[in-house]
Design a protein around this ligand. Structure first.
Ligand code: NAP
Ligand code: HSE
Length: 434
């Protein structure tokens, strides 16, 4: 049987998962594909590091160029992360005409256009299924399965670390820092984990999905991003009492005018009746609305060694087949289509809102806050002042009707300046999926 020689750069969580999965299922894959994958080199940073996965010593090097530039290596997997050396690894391989598989969403978000152009220029390809939603084949679904659809809306729980933290805070009342430490131990979190909890990892992935859905490359600077640091046990509790679950949601929505799109990442109140509210722990889900297919849901493990390895194997299989059949650009990494779209500024996006504030416990405060919302033409759909909090400061929770983010943020800034408001009000958007 024909073989494709594989070189892997990076033998950490994902690299070791790929190595082990190839050991386990390499023969099965070869029989399915009619072409085998033979691992011939692996680069790591530190050859002396103790590792749970025992790579054959003769395959190891600490110099990634020995992998990428080895004439016996036909196909390269970049699994080191980061955007500096990783960019060099990918560009060097592409310039040598070698196809590259990457799991690196940060790299694609920052340098995608440059890398795709290099793949085209040097007549090869770049595959990135593992960059979004771990083991879920969402890149393949958008590029191939839904090729005949416009995508008016797409919502993704695409960060396993944040979903794991929010789930355990909700179900166990767990403390943020403790759960984050567990997510790190389990290999879900990025280095540093700020990329996860401040929403940037989800933004990298949401940008990639938005680009594929709308056919223009989304600049990460245009994505409105909020993380989960400010979400407290109180927000989770009161959202729950109102029938919602808080999720960090990537949202890609076509706005009026076909080429204008909302692309954002922020904690969102999801109605408990919606399927995304039940996506828990490190699981990811992407809810896609196509104009032909209707609603479709993709669910699976979004982070960790084995699910990510599964997605890398899928790309390695495509690359090996393309090498075998000489069809390196059958599905190019990214093809612009339709019109050159733009990302709408968050101020223009219309949402509903959950607002929680701590207020001085005295008459007239509720009326003052309601007056500001009223003057901004923002309707209040419900107000809760939980009983049993009498004292100097009490919580006040509002559910607000549709308003643009610009108007809602301005009203909240005004409210925050009232002497009766203690601390910064928390505003979380509500999604109805209509
Ligand atoms: P990781 O555990 O930190 O592993 C990184 C690996 O790269 C390590 O083996 C490290 O070597 C090696 N390395 C770093 N710099 C190197 C260099 N200059 N030359 C050679 N080797 C180098 O990271 P990971 O979690 O596997 O993530 C890898 C990529 O997959 C990232 O882009 C990440 O965003 C992405 N990803 C991760 C997950 C996940 O759940 N972990 C899921 C999807 C995508 P040493 O072992 O010697 O330190
Ligand atoms: N840190 C990422 C997450 C890994 O938690 O989702 C998977 O991309």
């Amino acid at each position: 049987m024909q073989h494709v020689n594989l070189g892997i750069v990076g033998g950490g969580t994902v690299g070791s998962g790929v190595y082990e999965a190839l050991q386990r299922n390499g023969t099965l894959m070869a029989s399915r594909l009619g072409v085998g994958l033979k691992l011939v080199r692996i680069a790591v940073r530190d050859l002396k590091k103790a590792r749970a996965t025992k790579f054959p010593r003769e395959l190891l090097t600490a110099d990634w160029r020995e992998v990428v530039c080895d004439p016996d290596v036909h196909l390269v997997a970049e699994l080191i992360g980061g955007t500096t050396t990783a960019r060099e690894v990918v560009l060097t391989a592409l310039k040598l005409g070698k196809p590259v598989v990457t799991a690196n969403k940060a790299l694609l978000s920052a340098h995608g256009e440059e890398l795709f152009a290099a793949a085209e220029k040097y007549g090869t390809n770049l595959y990135y299924e593992a960059s979004v939603a771990g083991g879920i084949p969402i890149i393949k679904a958008l590029r191939e399965g839904f090729v005949g659809n416009r995508i008016p809306a797409l919502y993704g729980i695409v960060n396993g670390t944040c979903n794991y933290i929010l789930t355990r805070m909700k179900l166990e009342g767990a403390n943020f820092a403790d759960v984050l430490a567990d997510a790190q131990k389990l290999g879900y979190a990025e280095t540093p984990p700020d990329l996860d909890i401040d929403g940037h990892d989800a933004a990298h992935k949401t940008g990639i999905l938005a680009s594929l859905a709308h056919g223009f490359w989304v600049n990460p600077k245009d994505i409105h991003v909020e993380g989960i640091r400010h979400i407290s046990a109180l927000d989770i509790k009161y959202a729950g009492e109102l029938g919602y679950t808080i999720k960090l949601l990537g949202t890609v929505k076509q706005l009026a005018g076909r080429c204008r799109v909302q692309v954002s990442v922020y904690p969102t109140l999801v109605p408990n009746s919606h399927v995304l509210a039940s996506v828990n722990h490190s699981f990811n889900a992407v809810f896609v609305r196509g104009d032909v297919v209707g609603d479709a849901l993709f669910y699976g493990r979004g982070a960790g060694k084995d699910p990510t390895a599964s997605a890398v194997l899928s790309d390695l299989a495509d690359a090996a087949l393309d090498l075998k059949t000489g069809t390196k650009n059958r599905i190019p990494p990214f093809s612009p289509h339709e019109c050159a779209g733009t990302v709408a500024p968050i101020e223009e996006v219309v949402s509903r809102y959950f607002v929680r504030m701590d207020v001085a416990d005295k008459p007239g405060v509720l009326a003052m806050v309601a007056t500001i919302f009223g003057a901004a033409n923002i309707g209040i759909s419900s107000v809760i002042q939980p009983e049993g909090h009498e004292g100097n400061v009490v919580p006040l929770i509002f559910m607000l009707h549709d308003a643009t983010n610009g108007v809602a943020m301005k009203a909240l800034a005004q409210i925050a300046k009232l002497p009766a408001i203690k601390g910064r009000p928390v505003m979380i958007r509500v999604e109805t999926f209509e």
